[in-house]
Design a protein. Sequence first.
Length: 87
Amino acid sequence: MPIELPKETRTAAIASIERYFSEEHGERIGNMAAGALLNFFLAEIGPAVYNLAVAQAQERMQARVAELDIELQEDAFTWWHRSAAKR
């Protein structure tokens, strides 16, 4: 599944890449080259980041589901205990 960024995010990412090359390396990278580099990162590295994020989200969800029995547990057969306490 290719990773595609919304237009606004893509534009901001390209501007960030251009700024990075300018400020960190003292070199100017054009808009087309920055876009191509972004495409490379999204295709080559993006899936690894995406898969890690999915695995982390799944781990957190499984932990929450495992706690459901603790949070939502109701004791059964308590009528007689409550009834005796009222007397």
